[in-house]
Ligand binder design. Sequence first.
Ligand code: UDP
Length: 388
Amino acid sequence: MKRQETTETALFVSQTAEKGGAELFMLDLITHGPAGWNGGFFADGTIVQDLAAAGCKPVVLSGGSSVLTVRREASALKLVSVAGGVVTLARALARAAKDYDVVCANSQKALFVSALATRLARRPLVWVLHDIITDPAFSRNTRRAAVLFANLFAARVVANSRASAEAFVAAGGKADRVRIVYCGFDPAAHPQGDAETGAALRRRFGLKDGPVVGLFGRLTPWKGQHVLLKALRGVPDVQALIVGSAMFGQDAYEVELRQMVRTEGLEGRVCFAGFQKDVAALMAGVDIVVHTSTHAEPFGRVVVEGMLAGRPVIATSGGGVNEIVTEGEDGLLVSPDDPAALAAAISRLLADPDLAARLAAAGRISAARRFHIDKTCGDMRAVLAEVR
Ligand code: UDP
Protein backbone atom coordinates (compact mmCIF):
# COMPACT_ATOMS: atom_id res chain seq x y z
CA MET A 1 0.00 0.00 0.00
CA LYS A 2 1.49 3.32 -1.01
CA ARG A 3 0.53 6.54 0.76
CA GLN A 4 1.37 9.74 -1.07
CA GLU A 5 3.53 12.34 0.67
CA THR A 6 1.68 15.65 0.24
CA THR A 7 0.82 18.48 2.59
CA GLU A 8 -2.93 17.81 2.25
CA THR A 9 -4.73 16.73 5.39
CA ALA A 10 -8.29 15.50 5.87
CA LEU A 11 -10.13 13.71 8.68
CA PHE A 12 -12.77 11.23 7.47
CA VAL A 13 -15.32 10.72 10.25
CA SER A 14 -17.53 7.68 10.77
CA GLN A 15 -19.82 6.84 13.67
CA THR A 16 -18.93 3.16 13.45
CA ALA A 17 -15.69 1.29 12.87
CA GLU A 18 -17.49 -1.95 11.96
CA LYS A 19 -17.09 -3.18 8.39
CA GLY A 20 -19.98 -2.03 6.25
CA GLY A 21 -19.51 -0.79 2.69
CA ALA A 22 -19.18 2.88 3.72
CA GLU A 23 -16.48 2.08 6.25
CA LEU A 24 -14.56 -0.12 3.80
CA PHE A 25 -14.68 2.77 1.31
CA MET A 26 -13.07 4.96 3.96
CA LEU A 27 -10.44 2.34 4.81
CA ASP A 28 -9.39 1.98 1.17
CA LEU A 29 -9.34 5.72 0.63
CA ILE A 30 -7.21 6.51 3.66
CA THR A 31 -4.73 3.68 3.10
CA HIS A 32 -4.20 4.61 -0.57
CA GLY A 33 -4.55 8.39 -0.36
CA PRO A 34 -2.21 11.12 0.85
CA ALA A 35 -0.38 10.44 4.10
CA GLY A 36 -2.28 13.32 5.73
CA TRP A 37 -5.67 11.58 5.38
CA ASN A 38 -6.89 9.92 8.57
CA GLY A 39 -10.01 8.35 10.09
CA GLY A 40 -11.99 9.49 13.15
CA PHE A 41 -14.55 7.17 14.82
CA PHE A 42 -17.19 7.48 17.53
CA ALA A 43 -16.39 3.94 18.73
CA ASP A 44 -13.57 1.42 18.44
CA GLY A 45 -13.83 -1.42 15.93
CA THR A 46 -12.10 -3.50 13.30
CA ILE A 47 -11.53 -0.61 10.87
CA VAL A 48 -9.56 1.21 13.58
CA GLN A 49 -7.32 -1.83 13.93
CA ASP A 50 -6.89 -2.15 10.16
CA LEU A 51 -5.92 1.50 9.85
CA ALA A 52 -3.43 1.18 12.70
CA ALA A 53 -1.96 -1.93 11.05
CA ALA A 54 -1.51 0.14 7.86
CA GLY A 55 0.54 2.70 9.80
CA CYS A 56 -2.23 5.31 10.35
CA LYS A 57 -3.11 6.79 13.72
CA PRO A 58 -6.94 6.76 13.71
CA VAL A 59 -8.74 9.00 16.19
CA VAL A 60 -11.31 7.28 18.44
CA LEU A 61 -13.57 9.76 20.22
CA SER A 62 -15.12 8.75 23.50
CA GLY A 63 -18.78 9.40 24.36
CA GLY A 64 -20.29 8.33 21.05
CA SER A 65 -22.50 5.55 22.39
CA SER A 66 -25.76 7.57 22.69
CA VAL A 67 -25.40 8.74 19.10
CA LEU A 68 -24.77 5.20 17.92
CA THR A 69 -28.10 3.97 19.27
CA VAL A 70 -30.15 6.23 16.96
CA ARG A 71 -31.53 4.37 13.95
CA ARG A 72 -32.24 6.05 10.63
CA GLU A 73 -36.00 5.56 11.05
CA ALA A 74 -35.79 7.37 14.41
CA SER A 75 -38.55 9.67 15.69
CA ALA A 76 -38.03 13.38 16.30
CA LEU A 77 -38.25 12.72 20.07
CA LYS A 78 -35.40 10.23 19.93
CA LEU A 79 -33.30 12.66 17.88
CA VAL A 80 -33.85 15.42 20.46
CA SER A 81 -33.03 13.07 23.34
CA VAL A 82 -29.52 12.43 22.04
CA ALA A 83 -28.76 16.10 21.36
CA GLY A 84 -26.64 16.40 24.53
CA GLY A 85 -24.45 13.49 23.47
CA VAL A 86 -24.01 15.07 20.05
CA VAL A 87 -22.71 18.31 21.57
CA THR A 88 -20.17 16.50 23.78
CA LEU A 89 -18.97 14.45 20.84
CA ALA A 90 -18.83 17.49 18.57
CA ARG A 91 -16.57 19.29 21.04
CA ALA A 92 -14.17 16.34 21.09
CA LEU A 93 -14.25 16.15 17.30
CA ALA A 94 -13.62 19.89 17.03
CA ARG A 95 -10.45 19.48 19.07
CA ALA A 96 -9.26 16.68 16.76
CA ALA A 97 -10.34 18.59 13.61
CA LYS A 98 -7.95 21.46 14.35
CA ASP A 99 -5.12 19.22 13.07
CA TYR A 100 -6.75 18.87 9.61
CA ASP A 101 -7.60 21.15 6.66
CA VAL A 102 -10.96 19.50 5.97
CA VAL A 103 -13.42 17.22 7.79
CA CYS A 104 -15.31 14.64 5.69
CA ALA A 105 -18.36 13.10 7.36
CA ASN A 106 -18.76 9.54 6.05
CA SER A 107 -22.33 8.92 7.29
CA GLN A 108 -25.46 10.80 8.31
CA LYS A 109 -24.73 10.56 12.04
CA ALA A 110 -21.21 11.74 11.37
CA LEU A 111 -22.69 14.65 9.39
CA PHE A 112 -24.73 15.92 12.35
CA VAL A 113 -21.77 15.79 14.75
CA SER A 114 -19.25 17.06 12.19
CA ALA A 115 -21.48 20.02 11.28
CA LEU A 116 -21.18 21.34 14.83
CA ALA A 117 -17.55 20.33 15.17
CA THR A 118 -16.46 22.10 11.98
CA ARG A 119 -18.26 25.27 13.08
CA LEU A 120 -16.37 25.17 16.37
CA ALA A 121 -13.04 24.31 14.71
CA ARG A 122 -13.58 26.63 11.71
CA ARG A 123 -12.88 23.96 9.15
CA PRO A 124 -14.74 23.20 5.90
CA LEU A 125 -17.08 20.21 5.93
CA VAL A 126 -17.65 17.66 3.17
CA TRP A 127 -20.41 15.06 3.47
CA VAL A 128 -19.66 11.72 1.85
CA LEU A 129 -23.10 10.37 1.01
CA HIS A 130 -23.43 6.57 0.81
CA ASP A 131 -27.22 6.39 0.71
CA ILE A 132 -30.19 6.97 -1.56
CA ILE A 133 -31.89 9.21 0.94
CA THR A 134 -35.28 9.08 -0.73
CA ASP A 135 -35.39 5.37 0.17
CA PRO A 136 -38.39 4.66 2.45
CA ALA A 137 -35.98 3.12 4.99
CA PHE A 138 -35.19 6.70 6.08
CA SER A 139 -37.72 8.44 8.26
CA ARG A 140 -38.93 11.78 6.92
CA ASN A 141 -37.31 13.51 9.90
CA THR A 142 -33.93 11.92 9.33
CA ARG A 143 -34.02 12.75 5.62
CA ARG A 144 -35.09 16.35 6.20
CA ALA A 145 -32.50 16.86 8.93
CA ALA A 146 -29.71 15.43 6.75
CA VAL A 147 -30.59 17.63 3.75
CA LEU A 148 -30.95 20.69 5.99
CA PHE A 149 -27.58 20.08 7.64
CA ALA A 150 -25.91 19.43 4.28
CA ASN A 151 -27.37 22.61 2.77
CA LEU A 152 -26.42 24.70 5.80
CA PHE A 153 -23.02 23.29 6.67
CA ALA A 154 -21.43 21.14 3.93
CA ALA A 155 -19.27 22.91 1.37
CA ARG A 156 -19.53 19.81 -0.84
CA VAL A 157 -21.57 16.62 -0.89
CA VAL A 158 -19.63 13.69 -2.34
CA ALA A 159 -22.11 11.08 -3.57
CA ASN A 160 -21.00 7.49 -4.14
CA SER A 161 -23.03 7.21 -7.36
CA ARG A 162 -25.21 9.21 -9.70
CA ALA A 163 -28.21 7.50 -8.09
CA SER A 164 -27.25 8.78 -4.61
CA ALA A 165 -26.55 12.26 -6.03
CA GLU A 166 -29.90 12.48 -7.83
CA ALA A 167 -31.82 11.34 -4.75
CA PHE A 168 -30.09 14.02 -2.65
CA VAL A 169 -31.10 16.72 -5.12
CA ALA A 170 -34.65 15.32 -5.38
CA ALA A 171 -34.91 15.59 -1.58
CA GLY A 172 -34.01 19.29 -1.72
CA GLY A 173 -30.19 19.13 -1.59
CA LYS A 174 -28.23 21.85 -3.38
CA ALA A 175 -27.20 20.45 -6.77
CA ASP A 176 -24.21 22.74 -7.32
CA ARG A 177 -22.44 21.34 -4.27
CA VAL A 178 -22.67 17.70 -5.36
CA ARG A 179 -19.74 15.77 -6.81
CA ILE A 180 -19.67 12.04 -7.61
CA VAL A 181 -16.78 9.93 -6.36
CA TYR A 182 -17.21 6.21 -6.91
CA CYS A 183 -15.86 3.56 -4.53
CA GLY A 184 -12.37 2.51 -5.55
CA PHE A 185 -10.56 -0.83 -5.42
CA ASP A 186 -7.02 -2.07 -5.83
CA PRO A 187 -7.25 -4.71 -8.59
CA ALA A 188 -4.04 -6.31 -7.28
CA ALA A 189 -5.93 -7.21 -4.09
CA HIS A 190 -8.49 -9.19 -6.11
CA PRO A 191 -6.89 -12.45 -7.25
CA GLN A 192 -8.16 -14.54 -10.15
CA GLY A 193 -9.21 -18.07 -9.28
CA ASP A 194 -8.42 -21.39 -10.97
CA ALA A 195 -9.76 -24.94 -10.59
CA GLU A 196 -7.85 -25.43 -7.32
CA THR A 197 -9.33 -22.20 -5.86
CA GLY A 198 -12.81 -23.61 -6.48
CA ALA A 199 -11.89 -27.01 -5.01
CA ALA A 200 -10.37 -25.38 -1.90
CA LEU A 201 -13.50 -23.27 -1.42
CA ARG A 202 -15.72 -26.39 -1.61
CA ARG A 203 -13.55 -28.21 0.95
CA ARG A 204 -13.48 -25.21 3.31
CA PHE A 205 -17.26 -24.80 3.37
CA GLY A 206 -18.27 -28.45 3.03
CA LEU A 207 -19.75 -27.97 -0.46
CA LYS A 208 -20.00 -30.76 -3.02
CA ASP A 209 -18.68 -30.83 -6.58
CA GLY A 210 -20.95 -28.95 -8.98
CA PRO A 211 -21.83 -25.31 -9.54
CA VAL A 212 -21.65 -22.83 -6.64
CA VAL A 213 -23.11 -19.35 -6.74
CA GLY A 214 -21.83 -16.86 -4.17
CA LEU A 215 -23.86 -14.09 -2.53
CA PHE A 216 -21.92 -11.58 -0.43
CA GLY A 217 -23.27 -8.93 1.92
CA ARG A 218 -24.96 -8.26 5.24
CA LEU A 219 -27.92 -10.48 6.02
CA THR A 220 -30.81 -8.05 5.85
CA PRO A 221 -34.11 -8.30 3.96
CA TRP A 222 -33.29 -5.65 1.35
CA LYS A 223 -30.07 -7.45 0.37
CA GLY A 224 -32.45 -10.20 -0.80
CA GLN A 225 -30.79 -13.42 0.36
CA HIS A 226 -34.33 -14.91 0.39
CA VAL A 227 -34.60 -14.20 -3.36
CA LEU A 228 -31.61 -16.46 -3.99
CA LEU A 229 -33.08 -19.20 -1.81
CA LYS A 230 -36.30 -19.06 -3.83
CA ALA A 231 -34.34 -19.03 -7.10
CA LEU A 232 -32.52 -22.23 -6.07
CA ARG A 233 -35.78 -24.13 -6.63
CA GLY A 234 -35.41 -23.37 -10.35
CA VAL A 235 -31.79 -24.58 -10.58
CA PRO A 236 -31.78 -27.95 -8.80
CA ASP A 237 -28.05 -28.79 -9.16
CA VAL A 238 -26.77 -25.45 -7.91
CA GLN A 239 -25.39 -24.79 -4.42
CA ALA A 240 -25.22 -21.39 -2.74
CA LEU A 241 -22.50 -19.91 -0.57
CA ILE A 242 -24.02 -17.03 1.40
CA VAL A 243 -21.31 -14.86 2.95
CA GLY A 244 -22.09 -12.12 5.46
CA SER A 245 -23.66 -11.73 8.87
CA ALA A 246 -26.62 -9.92 10.32
CA MET A 247 -25.53 -6.43 11.35
CA PHE A 248 -27.36 -3.49 12.93
CA GLY A 249 -29.98 -5.67 14.74
CA GLN A 250 -31.20 -7.84 11.83
CA ASP A 251 -30.79 -11.24 13.54
CA ALA A 252 -34.45 -12.27 12.99
CA TYR A 253 -33.89 -12.31 9.22
CA GLU A 254 -31.06 -14.83 9.57
CA VAL A 255 -33.36 -17.13 11.57
CA GLU A 256 -35.97 -16.75 8.81
CA LEU A 257 -33.43 -17.63 6.09
CA ARG A 258 -32.31 -20.77 7.92
CA GLN A 259 -35.96 -21.74 8.37
CA MET A 260 -36.55 -21.17 4.65
CA VAL A 261 -33.74 -23.59 3.77
CA ARG A 262 -35.71 -26.28 5.63
CA THR A 263 -39.17 -25.37 4.30
CA GLU A 264 -37.93 -25.09 0.71
CA GLY A 265 -36.11 -28.45 0.96
CA LEU A 266 -32.70 -26.88 0.29
CA GLU A 267 -30.76 -28.73 3.02
CA GLY A 268 -27.23 -29.59 1.89
CA ARG A 269 -27.29 -26.98 -0.90
CA VAL A 270 -26.83 -23.77 1.07
CA CYS A 271 -23.90 -22.75 3.25
CA PHE A 272 -24.18 -19.71 5.52
CA ALA A 273 -20.54 -18.75 5.97
CA GLY A 274 -21.06 -15.75 8.28
CA PHE A 275 -18.90 -12.64 8.01
CA GLN A 276 -15.64 -13.32 6.17
CA LYS A 277 -12.68 -10.99 5.83
CA ASP A 278 -11.35 -12.49 2.60
CA VAL A 279 -14.29 -11.79 0.28
CA ALA A 280 -11.99 -11.20 -2.72
CA ALA A 281 -10.45 -14.66 -2.36
CA LEU A 282 -13.82 -16.35 -1.83
CA MET A 283 -15.36 -14.71 -4.88
CA ALA A 284 -12.52 -16.12 -6.97
CA GLY A 285 -13.61 -19.64 -5.97
CA VAL A 286 -17.32 -19.52 -6.87
CA ASP A 287 -18.71 -20.06 -10.37
CA ILE A 288 -21.03 -17.04 -10.41
CA VAL A 289 -21.31 -14.01 -8.12
CA VAL A 290 -24.92 -12.97 -7.62
CA HIS A 291 -26.31 -9.77 -6.17
CA THR A 292 -29.96 -9.85 -5.11
CA SER A 293 -30.85 -6.51 -3.50
CA THR A 294 -34.57 -5.81 -3.63
CA HIS A 295 -34.10 -2.01 -3.34
CA ALA A 296 -31.92 0.27 -5.45
CA GLU A 297 -28.35 -0.03 -4.19
CA PRO A 298 -26.61 3.34 -3.51
CA PHE A 299 -23.45 1.85 -5.06
CA GLY A 300 -22.99 -1.92 -4.65
CA ARG A 301 -19.37 -2.69 -3.81
CA VAL A 302 -19.92 -6.45 -4.04
CA VAL A 303 -20.85 -6.12 -7.72
CA VAL A 304 -17.51 -4.48 -8.56
CA GLU A 305 -15.68 -7.01 -6.36
CA GLY A 306 -17.31 -9.89 -8.26
CA MET A 307 -16.18 -8.38 -11.55
CA LEU A 308 -12.63 -7.84 -10.24
CA ALA A 309 -12.55 -11.50 -9.17
CA GLY A 310 -12.97 -12.39 -12.83
CA ARG A 311 -16.32 -14.10 -12.14
CA PRO A 312 -19.47 -13.61 -14.18
CA VAL A 313 -21.83 -11.40 -12.21
CA ILE A 314 -25.63 -11.39 -12.11
CA ALA A 315 -26.92 -8.27 -10.36
CA THR A 316 -30.31 -6.71 -9.78
CA SER A 317 -30.85 -3.53 -11.71
CA GLY A 318 -31.41 -0.19 -10.03
CA GLY A 319 -29.44 2.59 -8.36
CA GLY A 320 -25.66 2.48 -8.51
CA VAL A 321 -25.62 -1.03 -9.98
CA ASN A 322 -26.81 0.36 -13.33
CA GLU A 323 -23.72 2.59 -13.33
CA ILE A 324 -21.48 -0.46 -12.75
CA VAL A 325 -22.92 -3.17 -15.03
CA THR A 326 -23.80 -2.85 -18.69
CA GLU A 327 -26.27 -5.66 -19.35
CA GLY A 328 -24.89 -8.37 -21.62
CA GLU A 329 -21.48 -6.69 -21.91
CA ASP A 330 -19.78 -7.01 -18.55
CA GLY A 331 -22.48 -8.78 -16.53
CA LEU A 332 -26.17 -9.66 -16.47
CA LEU A 333 -28.92 -7.56 -14.89
CA VAL A 334 -32.20 -8.97 -13.59
CA SER A 335 -35.20 -7.24 -12.05
CA PRO A 336 -35.21 -6.98 -8.25
CA ASP A 337 -37.19 -9.52 -6.25
CA ASP A 338 -37.62 -11.86 -9.23
CA PRO A 339 -36.41 -15.36 -8.28
CA ALA A 340 -37.50 -16.83 -11.64
CA ALA A 341 -35.41 -14.27 -13.57
CA LEU A 342 -32.43 -14.96 -11.30
CA ALA A 343 -32.78 -18.72 -11.80
CA ALA A 344 -33.00 -18.21 -15.57
CA ALA A 345 -29.86 -16.04 -15.60
CA ILE A 346 -27.95 -18.64 -13.52
CA SER A 347 -29.07 -21.43 -15.92
CA ARG A 348 -28.08 -19.32 -18.91
CA LEU A 349 -24.51 -18.79 -17.65
CA LEU A 350 -24.07 -22.43 -16.62
CA ALA A 351 -25.33 -23.62 -20.01
CA ASP A 352 -23.10 -21.21 -21.94
CA PRO A 353 -19.54 -21.21 -20.53
CA ASP A 354 -18.33 -19.02 -23.42
CA LEU A 355 -20.81 -16.30 -22.48
CA ALA A 356 -19.83 -16.63 -18.80
CA ALA A 357 -16.12 -16.33 -19.67
CA ARG A 358 -16.70 -13.36 -21.99
CA LEU A 359 -18.74 -11.44 -19.38
CA ALA A 360 -16.20 -12.27 -16.66
CA ALA A 361 -13.22 -11.08 -18.73
CA ALA A 362 -14.98 -7.88 -19.81
CA GLY A 363 -16.15 -7.28 -16.23
CA ARG A 364 -12.66 -7.49 -14.80
CA ILE A 365 -11.30 -5.03 -17.36
CA SER A 366 -14.12 -2.52 -17.04
CA ALA A 367 -14.19 -2.64 -13.22
CA ALA A 368 -10.41 -2.24 -12.92
CA ARG A 369 -10.49 0.75 -15.27
CA ARG A 370 -13.53 2.59 -13.92
CA PHE A 371 -13.33 1.80 -10.20
CA HIS A 372 -9.60 1.92 -9.53
CA ILE A 373 -8.66 3.20 -6.08
CA ASP A 374 -6.13 5.63 -7.58
CA LYS A 375 -8.93 7.27 -9.57
CA THR A 376 -11.11 7.47 -6.44
CA CYS A 377 -8.30 9.09 -4.44
CA GLY A 378 -7.64 11.53 -7.30
CA ASP A 379 -11.33 12.44 -7.57
CA MET A 380 -11.59 12.95 -3.80
CA ARG A 381 -8.42 15.10 -3.76
CA ALA A 382 -9.94 17.28 -6.48
CA VAL A 383 -13.09 17.84 -4.40
CA LEU A 384 -11.10 18.61 -1.25
CA ALA A 385 -8.96 21.09 -3.22
CA GLU A 386 -12.16 23.01 -4.07
CA VAL A 387 -12.96 23.62 -0.39
CA ARG A 388 -9.53 23.86 1.20
N1 UDP B 1 -18.20 -7.79 3.12
C1 UDP B 1 -17.19 -8.38 3.85
N2 UDP B 1 -17.44 -9.58 4.46
C2 UDP B 1 -18.64 -10.18 4.41
C3 UDP B 1 -19.69 -9.56 3.67
C4 UDP B 1 -19.43 -8.36 3.03
O1 UDP B 1 -16.06 -7.87 3.93
O2 UDP B 1 -18.79 -11.26 4.99
C5 UDP B 1 -17.91 -6.53 2.40
C6 UDP B 1 -18.03 -6.66 0.90
O3 UDP B 1 -16.87 -7.26 0.37
C7 UDP B 1 -18.23 -5.21 0.47
C8 UDP B 1 -18.96 -4.60 1.66
O4 UDP B 1 -18.84 -5.52 2.75
O5 UDP B 1 -17.00 -4.56 0.27
C9 UDP B 1 -20.43 -4.34 1.40
O6 UDP B 1 -20.57 -3.22 0.57
P1 UDP B 1 -21.83 -3.02 -0.36
O7 UDP B 1 -21.66 -1.71 -1.06
O8 UDP B 1 -22.01 -4.20 -1.24
O9 UDP B 1 -23.07 -3.00 0.63
P2 UDP B 1 -23.39 -2.12 1.95
O10 UDP B 1 -23.13 -3.02 3.12
O11 UDP B 1 -22.52 -0.91 1.94
O12 UDP B 1 -24.84 -1.80 1.81
